[in-house]
Structure formats: structure tokens, C-alpha cells
Design a binder for this molecule. Structure first.
Ligand code: MG
Ligand code: MG
Length: 255
């Protein structure tokens, strides 16, 4: 069931989203060659703590995962697509890093992700990251009253495929509100004009993922969480929490 939010609820979600943006900005600033993924998680925790926010990631335990998620931040490096565990690994020159963070504030959730390179960037990685960002922008642009969920999916998918990239099977965005994952699902590819009609007060986490090798398959690493590209190519991820409003899409996870 899709929960339609009141204007006051969307304002409250904006505050949760702002905390997510602050955490991601701090993480990006802290991420340099030699920084460990665990240090990045600590950076995000400090921001959440200061804001009095909780984490929807920490302790999250879906039925497919062997253990609860141990961090407030997913850090997915190079061929990791999403759900990377922030462990003791240290970032190396040229790494492509995707960070995904959530916050819970006054009972409302926010969820966003961004990708960037550390040290000397490979041109191919820069193009991959820009495409994930362009796909996110296209998806947000389609998140308008009267469109359907399929229009968002179609807009995202077209940007990714036109660039020649893969889109991981079975992953996509989601409704968000008091819980991090709500209805409806927001696929990253599909035919336009299908699915639920968008209304004022729907809040969606829109999150394209692109795989440099052009294929869509992935596998789960031995930690039970990290999703890696099937061909070992690199991946990028970008996400915002977006409210559909009569005045157009309102991005709740901007700084
Ligand atoms: Mg996320
Ligand atoms: Mg999400």
C-alpha cells in the first residue's frame, strides 16, 4: 500500500533528508587515498549523532542476509554495486567509491547515495559516475503528478542503456516514509506509461545503478551483503529521496 504524505510530513522528511545530505558530504570530504571504509562509517555516524538521528541501515536484517548490516553507511568500491560493508579496507588511488546513507529523524526516513573517485580518476569512471547522475536527474524529472512509476523507470533506463551500461537485475528504488522501504517499487528500466499514477504526496527513493561492462548480472560476495558485478567491471550508484508535488519534484536529500 502506498502512503500519501501530508505537506507537514514532507517537510519533516526534508529534515531527515538534510541529515543524510550532511552525512554524505562529510563522507565525501573524508574519503581520500588511505582512508579506511570503517573511518567513513564513523564520519557518517558522527553526523547522525550530532543531528539526533538514527540509522535505518544499522542492524537492518532482510531475510536474504546472513547477518544484520553492521554500519550506518554502505560503501561499495569498484566492482561492488551496492551494500558494501564498511570494513578495514583502505581506499587506493583511482578507486571508484559509492556511498549510500540513511537517516531516521522524528520518525521519518531519508535515503541517498553518491559515487566519486579518489586520487587520480580514470576517464571511464568519470563517465560512469556522470551517467548515474544523469539517469538520476532524468528519473527525478519524470517524477511529476500525472506520470506513472513506469515513466520514471523508462527515463532512468534510457540514459543507462544509451551510454552502453548494464543495469543490475532486480534492483531499483522504492517508496519511503516512516520506513526506509515502502511501496511502490521503482524499477530502473521499463516501458513508459505503466504502473501506479504519481500523486502529490508520494515520496520515492530513486536510485539508478550502472555497470560499466554492459551486462546486468551480479553476485553476492562471501560476506552475504556486497553485491558485485558479474564480469568484475566497475559500478556507480546515485540516489535521492524525492517528493512528488503539485509544484514538481522536490528533492528532500539536497544539502
Ligand atoms: Mg540508499
Ligand atoms: Mg534506497
Amino acid at each position: 500500500m502506498v502512503e500519501i504524505k501530508t505537506d507537514a510530513s514532507m517537510d519533516a522528511m526534508r529534515e531527515a533528508g538534510r541529515v543524510v545530505a550532511q552525512a554524505l558530504t562529510a563522507v565525501r570530504e573524508a574519503a581520500t587515498v588511505g582512508t579506511s571504509l570503517r573511518e567513513l562509517d564513523r564520519t557518517a555516524r558522527t553526523v547522525l549523532d550530532k543531528a539526533g538521528a538514527g540509522s535505518p541501515f544499522l542492524g537492518y536484517h532482510p531475510d536474504w542476509a546472513p547477518v544484520p548490516f553492521p554500519g550506518v553507511l554502505c560503501v561499495s568500491v569498484n566492482d561492488a554495486i551496492v551494500h558494501g560493508i564498511p570494513d578495514g579496507r583502505r581506499l587506493a588511488d583511482g578507486d571508484l567509491v559509492s556511498v549510500d546513507c540513511g537517516a531516521l529523524l522524528d520518525g521519518w526516513a531519508g535515503d541517498a547515495a553518491l559515487s566519486f573517485t579518489v586520487g587520480r580518476a580514470r576517464p571511464a569512471d568519470t563517465r560512469l559516475v556522470r551517467t548515474a547522475e544523469a539517469a538520476l536527474a532524468a528519473g527525478i524529472e519524470a517524477a511529476v503528478v500525472g506520470n506513472r512509476v513506469g515513466d520514471i523507470a523508462h527515463a532512468i533506463g534510457r540514459v543507462c542503456r544509451d551510454a552502453g551500461y548494464g543495469i543490475p537485475d532486480g534492483f531499483g528504488g522504492h517508496g519511503i516514509g516512516r520506513r526506509m522501504h515502502e511501496d511502490p517499487g521503482v524499477p530502473n528500466e521499463g516501458p513508459p506509461g505503466r504502473g501506479m499514477r504519481l500523486r502529490h504526496g508520494m515520496v520515492l527513493a530513486i536510485e539508478p545503478m550502472v555497470l560499466a561492462g554492459g551486462k546486468d548480472d551480479w553476485w553476492t560476495a562471501g560476506d552475504g551483503w556486497t553485491m558485485r558485478t558479474g564480469d568484475g567491471s566497475r559500478a556507480a550508484h546515485a540516489e535521492h529521496t524525492v517528493a512528488v508535488t503539485d509544484d514538481g519534484p522536490r528533492i528532500l536529500t539536497l544539502l
